[in-house]
Write a protein that binds this ligand. Structure first.
Ligand code: GSH
Length: 271
């Protein structure tokens, strides 16, 4: 685990990973808030998030964890609300209670299945190739460290790739998500109102992953979602919080497998 950055002003240390979508969510928010932070980078493929010292901070064995003046806060959506509570300047929560509720419903969808669907499509298209290169005993130990639901998903993704039945289910979940976004963006410039909010920030790294994996037909045929994504990606906080962290080793794998994923998504959605 490498430590970088400066926490003297904010008291924030973020345990994170470069390609983790949940970590990107928190990094983008910290950048929007112009908050300096110290980082501890975890290598997820080496099992850093399963190590006993880290599990004391985050019993779910996942990143991110934000430690503020010694107090750990887990769950990226909860972390975002915590940051907003402690540093309300440059507000990222709407003032209107109705818009605030909408913001939270968007964020909740990530926890209710969209994040898991992202793990599925990422593993089926790309991450499986990293796992297939691992020593079988090491891969077995890593799988055994996962919670049972994630273990089952990961195993099928590693073995079957985009032919795994769960790949089609996840793609269809994204198609519904982007249809819902297109409808929401008919009424307002951002997902939860006229101003950018935690809802938009929460989805930025996911939108990037969809593009990386070649699943972006689902975005491209929805003009309001395209415009929303472009506005998000143009923000300096997207660059410093998300795209500057893209790991070239992962980008090479995405590049190698994007075309076959794109073809399979077209097949699934036209069936
Ligand atoms: N609900 C959690 C999900 C966190 C999560 O799944 N993190 C992934 C990376 S995005 C992780 O740490 N995976 C551990 C691993 O791959 O070993 C959150 O929002 O913080």
């Amino acid at each position: 685990m490498d430590v970088e950055g400066d926490a003297r002003v904010s008291g924030v240390t973020l345990y994170h990973n470069d390609m983790s979508v949940c970590s990107g969510k928190v990094r983008m928010l910290l950048a929007e808030k112009q908050l300096p932070w110290a980082g501890v980078h975890l290598n997820l493929r080496a099992g850093d998030s399963q190590k006993p010292d880290y599990v004391k901070l985050n019993p779910n064995k996942v990143v991110p964890t934000l430690v503020h003046n010694g107090r750990p806060v887990i769950e990226s959506n909860v972390i975002c609300e915590y940051i907003e509570d402690v540093w309300p300047d440059l507000a990222m929560r709407p003032d209107d209670p109705g818009e605030r509720a909408r913001m939270r419903v968007w964020m909740k969808q990530l926890d209710d299945g969209v994040h898991a669907a992202t793990g599925t499509v990422s593993s089926c298209v790309a991450f499986r190739y990293q796992h297939l290169k691992r020593d079988p005993a090491e891969l077995k130990a890593w799988l055994e460290g996962l919670d049972p639901a994630r273990r089952e998903r990961s195993q099928a993704a590693i073995e079957q790739g985009i032919a795994a039945p769960q790949f089609a289910v996840a793609v269809k979940r994204f198609d519904v998500l982007f249809a819902d976004m297109e409808a929401a963006l008919r009424d307002s410039a951002w997902l939860a109102g006229g101003r950018i909010s935690l809802a938009d920030i929460a989805y930025a790294a996911y939108a990037a992953r969809i593009v990386h994996l070649g699943l972006d037909d689902m975005i491209d045929r929805r003009p309001r979602v395209v415009d929303w994504r472009n506005r998000l990606f143009e923000r300096p906080a997207y660059q410093s919080g998300i795209s500057d962290w893209f790991n070239p080793n992962y980008l090479t794998i995405f590049d190698a497998h994007r075309d076959e994923a794109r073809a399979e998504v077209r097949r699934i959605l036209s069936a």
